[in-house]
Design a protein around this ligand. Structure first.
Ligand code: SF4
Length: 351
């Protein structure tokens, strides 16, 4: 079993059989070795530093109808809100004071945030905080839109690919959404010059070892700067409301495997992991993650960005989230840093 971990490390590749073996094993020593190898790899690339991103959830409106998401347009019980430009700037001001040097603007696919509005917001943040990175997570847009936002000052873009299998994608999304279009968007983001993040849910309905292996192969070949994975958690009033949660254990092992496949990748310990396990984010770091994303969104809207149920950290002010994150990370021997936290290959670019 230890050979498998050594081989993955050396080859930066994993076979379908190796993946199944590592995800299915009950041998504690193997899991310990996997965790150790992942952590050593992360430490070599980034030391004991854990990068913080300040998350600002700008809109809970979405034109899409992804079957797994609480913000899908068919969910009549979802509470909808949009932040104003000034709301967003105050989140940034608050976040900057708390030591955040990356702002992540995330939202559903909401036509209100068209290119004109988004470019204005991005260029204002860029002007006010020239030392900060601006990350966008606003779904599928046109190549021209990605280019305009990049030119306005955005540096990074997160767009989960969700699954590398077109058949699996079709089981998670309505017919009008296209796997190929999602893949094209990722390619366009990369070509535009963004640091790009892809990712998927662990334990999503109909996921198999084959689809997971395809995900890892896609990640290897695409070479993203960031990979966001977290356990699937069902959302009420969606078609998958009664589906079981994804597994924390499998998520941790996959984090470690992704760290071994892409040693320098920026890998968040996600809120979904923290939602399913009280120490989920700390465990994520111990299995190779090196990014956390405390919430900077205004408190009154926090609980309404409900992509899944029972999401944690919806009741704390940004300063409390920041302090809690720092405390948790220090407790396990790591340190949060006031730093943009770029991927090694992008150091100093895009300022
Ligand atoms: S996953 Fe994203 S695109 Fe899909 S419905 Fe939810 S917010 Fe919209």
């Amino acid at each position: 079993m230890m050979d498998i971990i050594g081989h993955i490390r050396e080859r930066r590749d994993i076979t379908r059989e190796e993946l199944e073996t590592l995800l299915a094993t009950k041998e504690e020593e193997t899991v310990r070795q996997l965790r150790k190898a992942a952590r050593e790899t992360a430490d070599k690339a980034y030391g004991k530093k854990i990068f913080m991103r300040g998350l600002i959830e700008i809109s809970s409106y979405c034109k899409n109808d992804c079957l797994y998401c609480g913000l899908r347009r068919s969910n009549r019980t979802a509470v909808r809100y949009r932040l104003s430009d000034d709301d967003i700037y105050s989140c940034c001001e608050n976040g900057y004071g708390l030591g955040f040097r990356t702002f992540v603007l995330q939202g559903g696919e909401d036509g209100h945030f068209d290119d004109e509005r988004m470019c204005r917001i991005v260029s204002t943040i860029r002007e006010r905080y020239p030392d900060c990175a601006i990350t966008l997570s606003l779904g599928e847009r046109s190549r021209e839109s990605y280019r305009a936002l990049y030119n306005a000052g955005a540096n990074r873009y997160l767009l989960r690919h969700e699954t590398a299998s077109p058949e699996h994608y079709a089981l998670l999304h309505p017919a009008e959404m296209s796997w190929q279009h999602r893949m094209d968007c990722l390619q366009e983001l990369k070509e535009t010059g963004y640091q790009v993040g892809c990712g998927f849910m662990v334990g999503s309905p109909y996921q198999t070892f084959d689809t997971l292996h395809a995900d890892l192969q896609f990640i290897r070949s695409f070479g993203p700067q960031m990979v966001g994975i977290g356990p699937f958690i069902p959302a009420h009033d969606t078609p998958f409301a009664e589906m079981p949660n994804g597994s924390v254990e499998t998520t941790l092992r996959l984090l470690a495997i992704i760290r071994l496949l892409l040693p320098e990748v920026l890998l968040p310990a996600t809120t979904a992991l923290g939602t399913l396990h009280p120490q989920g984010r700390e465990l994520g770091i111990q299995f190779g993650a090196n990014v956390v994303m405390p919430n900077l969104s205004p408190l009154e809207h926090r609980k309404d960005y409900a992509i899944y149920d029972h999401k944690i950290c919806t009741g704390e002010e940004a300063a409390e989230c920041r302090a809690c994150t720092e405390f948790r990370i220090r407790n396990i021997g790591y340190e949060t840093v006031v730093d943009r936290g770029d991927h090694c290959s992008f150091k100093g670019e895009g300022l």
